[in-house]
Structures are given as structure tokens and as C-alpha cells.
Ligand binder design. Structure first.
Ligand code: IMP
Ligand code: MG
Length: 177
């Protein structure tokens, strides 16, 4: 069923079941790669709260979780400036840090995060993202774990918003053209 948020219409795109499958898959891969380690998962707020919650329930190994708040979007377009709104208050030197993103679009946020964690002397810095828009990506930074590749169209739901609305939708919708 089509939905309306503010002034725009959205159509169903990815079901809750497909989302869960993709998240489960990422959790397995990371478990295998870091079985002997205690990774710190860092969720990027606001968008990643649902991904992180479901991911943590699927991840069976020892781990920690923390959050950082970044913002770059205004409405449906990315601004080039990424702001850090809430920082980390934990010493992560020598730790395995795995960023958990809802979506990687231009890559500006990821680039900013990479710089930030380089200064912290972490042992490993990895990136996991539920969604990736390859056509919008402008960086060479490798994405280590990608859930679902999607076309360069605006989506909402499962944590992702359009000007604040839509984050509570349990499945993902795509902007109708
Ligand atoms: P980037 O810095 O351009 O890679 O964008 C990253 C952030 O922009 C994501 O973490 C989201 O918060 C937001 N974003 C990118 N694409 C979408 C979208 O299709 N819908 C909603 N938010 C998006
Ligand atoms: Mg985000």
C-alpha cells in the first residue's frame, strides 16, 4: 500500500522479512571474521537505531555497542557538510570498531567517521551498512559488509526518514516518481 509523508508519496520496496534476512547475514559474516575478538559496534544515529537493534539480537559473539550522532541530510538531498552532533565518550584505542550504518549514499558520513577513528588508534576499522547506493557513492573507501544494494532513489522506513517522518515503518518504501 502506498503511503504519504509530508508532501510526497512512497511505494513499498523492501519487506521486513528481506531486511531481517540481510541483517542476519551480515551478523554471521562478522561473527566469522571476529570470533576471537570483542568488537565495538558503533551505530550512527539517528537512522541506524533499528538496524543496530536487530543486528545485536542476531550477533552471537562477545561484543559492545555504542552510538555516535551524525547528520548530513536536509529533506531528500545530501548536503556536503557532515556534522557530529553527539560524540563517543569511550577510549577505543586498540579496539576493533565496526560502524553500523543504515545507508551509505555519497559516502561523506563514512569518510568523516574514518578520519575520526584514525585519530583514536583503533586496531581495526570496518564498515557495515544495511543499504548501499553504488550510483551515488563518491569515495574509494571500501565497505566491508553490505546488506542490500539499491538504486539511487530516496527511501524511508526502518529507521530512515523523510524530514523526520517514516522512521517507525517496519519495512522500506521508495519515493514514487
Ligand atoms: P552520505 O553521507 O551521503 O553517505 O549519507 C549518509 C546518510 O544520509 C545516511 O546515514 C542517512 O541518514 C541519509 N540518507 C542517505 N540516503 C537516504 C535515503 O534514501 N533516505 C533517507 N536517508 C538517507
Ligand atoms: Mg545515517
Amino acid at each position: 500500500m502506498e503511503i504519504r509523508l509530508h508532501d510526497k508519496d512512497f511505494i513499498p520496496f523492501i519487506s521486513a522479512q528481506e531486511l531481517d534476512f540481510a541483517i542476519q547475514n551480515m551478523a554471521r559474516l562478522i561473527e566469522d571474521d571476529f570470533a576471537d575478538d570483542v568488537p565495538v559496534f558503533v551505530g550512527v544515529l539517528n537512522g541506524s537505531f533499528m538496524v543496530v537493534s536487530d543486528f545485536m539480537k542476531h550477533y552471537k559473539g562477545s561484543c559492545e555497542v555504542s552510538f555516535i550522532k551524525m547528520a548530513s541530510y536536509e529533506g531528500t538531498t545530501s548536503t556536503n557538510e557532515v556534522k557530529q552532533l553527539i560524540g563517543l565518550n569511550q577510549d577505543l584505542a586498540g579496539r576493533t570498531v565496526i560502524i553500523i550504518e543504515d545507508i551509505v549514499d555519497t559516502g561523506n558520513t563514512i569518510e568523516e567517521l574514518k578520519e575520526l577513528f584514525k585519530k583514536q588508534n583503533v586496531k581495526h576499522f570496518k564498515i557495515a551498512t544495511l543499504f548501499f547506493k553504488p550510483e551515488a557513492y563518491k569515495k574509494d573507501i571500501k565497505l566491508d559488509y553490505v546488506g542490500i544494494r539499491i538504486p539511487n532513489k530516496f527511501i524511508v522506513g526502518f529507521g530512515l526518514d523523510y524530514d523526520g517522518l517514516g522512521r517507525n515503518l517496519p519495512e522500506v518504501y521508495q519515493l514514487k516518481d
